[in-house]
Design a protein around this ligand. Sequence first.
Ligand code: FAD
Ligand code: NAI
Length: 475
Amino acid sequence: MSKQFDVIVIGAGPGGYIAAIRAAQLGFQVACIDEWTNAAGGAAPGGTCTNVGCIPSKALLQSSEHFDHANHHFAEHGISTGAVKMDVAKMIARKDNVVKQNNDGILYLFKKNKVSFFHGRGSFVKAVEGGYEIKVAGKAEETLVGKQVIVATGSNARSLPSVPFDEVNVLSNDGALRVGAVPKKLAVIGSGVIGLEMGSVWRRLGADVTILEGLPTFLGAVDEQIAKEAKKAFDKQGLKIELGVKVGEIKSLKKGVSIAYTNAKGEEVKLDADKLIVSIGRVPNTNGLNVEAVGLQLDERGAILVDGDCKTNLPGVWAVGDVVRGPMLAHKAEEEGVAVAERIAGQHGHVNFNTIPWVIYTSPEIAWVGRTEQQLKADGVKYKAGSFPFLANGRARALGDTTGMVKFLADAATDEILGVHIVGPMASELIAEAVVAMEFRASAEDIARICHAHPSLSEATKEAALAVDKRTLNF
Ligand code: FAD
Ligand code: NAI
């Protein structure tokens, strides 16, 4: 006998588990299926984000930042520590514990919200009267029927066609988060978000890190001025970033990897490394969903084809998060999950793609929302720009972290904020004010007229807004 639900969610990453909870809050009978399994064989909901993405990467960034501070910054505060040692196994165990707390937290939330959780692989069987039959292949096999189905099956790391991930020498994000000892030499292909975050972790811990990037521009999606400032800081930290390279043959050896590439000057180079992280983007994951059984349409990239409301070509089937178009970000997946649950309930769920923030958790952090200066130029928009350096901010000086700036871009005629770009301390937190301002279609002057606490990094935001009108007070 199949179990009946109003809504079945396949995938319990940030898109899926949040959709399931919101749907349950709205009064639906909800099932959520996820196949992620922890080392002990138990369920580990939370998806890429919780298990091998956002959460564990930030745990390692935090540990490595503490190590870096103890090594390089404590002395200026008058703190002497003697030789600072890193126990990598302990750091990884702490990270695993942080992940487990998040897995357990989601299982608790499912219970609290009366979401029925099924551990196993979900796949389409067939369309039935008023819904879809979904099989769960786990320890036992079960059949569920849902009136509505939300697919939130996420994405997987893209590999280089010539070298599959072995997670020993050639690492995806998964292996990069559980390296057992600091590699002497680490190579990274792709200077995107993962390359920079994971490269930073292992660089801070002492690895000699070389990042090979195919494009001639560093962080092309980031505002040019901000990317330039960030690159300067990374160079100073000893992250070797080579732009405009063409990666050739990669050999995974008994111990380590050998990478042949052509550099931007056209020279043939051979790089030997103990480990290689390949971070060249991610591909939508529809493995094992059996989309053919119901005729669920994919696009040319293998993503589930959806409209602006996350509706697929099948009535009552929706898809959210990394498995559909748009930025591959946890908070984007969550927003889509909430919006879909609300649409199923007949409400007007909405995701504003213009105000989705991006954060790169390096040091300095990089964060932005809205359009970059180069995009505004390309779009022919007349704009005013204003920026304020952290060097002139009292709190940043007290922190001992004055790298970077806040930069505002506002419409030349109306003063509406079109983009805010930050490189510097706590950019990840500071960007929230800009997102709120843009959601409310605030002007730069609105921010400039708001009282910000002193001394705080957020005063740099206010001053950058003042700078749009060329009237900074502290610079
Ligand atoms: P996922 O999180 O991938 O979840 C999909 C889930 O579906 C998985 O649990 C999977 O096991 C399950 N599944 C798939 N197929 C089936 C099936 N047939 N049956 C049952 N279960 C199935 N984003 C940020 O916003 N901030 C960050 O700091 C950040 N850091 C990241 C760091 C790294 C190293 C990586 C790799 C990614 C990071 N991301 C970050 C991106 C973020 O992880 C993703 O955007 C987010 O996880 C997407 O959520 P999702 O729900 O769409 O998919
Ligand atoms: P990415 O898209 O951020 O960067 C990939 C980089 O690899 C690009 O610069 C690209 O030009 C380069 N590249 C591609 N093919 C190449 C090749 N053959 N040789 C050399 N360079 C090549 O992808 P990444 O870093 O793998 O991350 C995937 C996604 O995960 C991100 O786009 C983001 O959506 C998400 N993520 C988000 C984080 C955050 O929000 N802080 C952290 C980590 C990941």
